[in-house]
Design a protein around this ligand. Structure first.
Ligand code: AMP
Length: 212
């Protein structure tokens, strides 16, 4: 059975960064429903137009829509050997729907990080407008200001990373998503990972759990 991993953690806890690193090390794809939705918005598709206002406001998109997107993605050939889910499920309801749909999860990594550090991270975060690679104005600077190291794309601030939306997203996380920690604990698949200043130390801690 492949590794079917969920990364749990507040927005700005480093899920996207770790998902990319784990994906490379483990050779399985990382799937971010947020990135998929942002691509739809950028492409001005009907789905993108539908979700744009909700996402900009930092609220959660409809769970059935998310499940459709996820089912489609995990049925693709590259997910046969496993996957890393980043930002999904976001609610217990989504987790239950995934289970019913046969989307398996056998390892949940929960990143513990204080709220204040999350706020600092999100406000300083910049992402590549072309490939979604994450950077930070202080802790993960690009080699050249405003330019993506990986693809040369332009770095932008996500609309929902503006200071006024960040607190709301944290509130949504604490109310809707944090209960998944106990949910997955009950299923015997939850592992806590402490946030650390070094990105690679967090990755190493995760790999120890995954390979252990
Ligand atoms: P993220 O990139 O994971 O921080 O997601 C950005 C935004 O996309 C969220 O604030 C939601 O509006 C939407 N979104 C992403 N994943 C989900 C999900 N699983 N359920 C509901 N909304 C989601």
């Amino acid at each position: 059975m492949g590794k079917k991993i969920v990364l749990l953690g507040a927005p700005g806890s480093g899920k996207g960064t770790q998902a990319a690193l784990l994906s490379e090390k483990l050779g399985i794809p990382s799937i971010s429903t947020g990135n998929i939705l942002r691509a739809e918005i950028q492409g001005k598709t009907p789905l993108g137009l539908k979700v744009q206002a909700i996402m900009d406001a930092g609220k959660l998109v409809d769970g059935d829509l998310i499940l459709d997107i996820l089912s489609n993605r995990v049925s693709q050939a590259d997910c046969q050997g496993g996957y890393i889910l980043d930002g999904v499920p976001r609610t217990i309801e989504q987790a239950e729907k995934m289970e019913k749909a046969g989307i398996e999860v056998n390892c949940v990594l929960s990143i513990n990080i204080p709220d204040q550090r999350v706020v600092d991270r999100m406000v300083g975060r910049r992402v590549c407008s072309a490939c979604s690679a994450p950077f930070h104005l202080e802790s993960a600077k690009p080699k050249q200001d405003g330019i993506c190291d990986s693809c040369g794309g332009e770095l932008v601030q996500r609309k929902d990373d503006k200071a006024e939306t960040v607190q709301l997203r944290l509130d949504v996380y604490n109310a809707e998503t944090a209960p998944l920690v106990d949910y997955y604990k009950g299923k015997g698949v939850l592992h806590d990972v402490e946030d650390q200043p070094e990105i690679s130390s967090v990755t190493d801690a995760m790999l120890t759990v995954i390979e252990g």
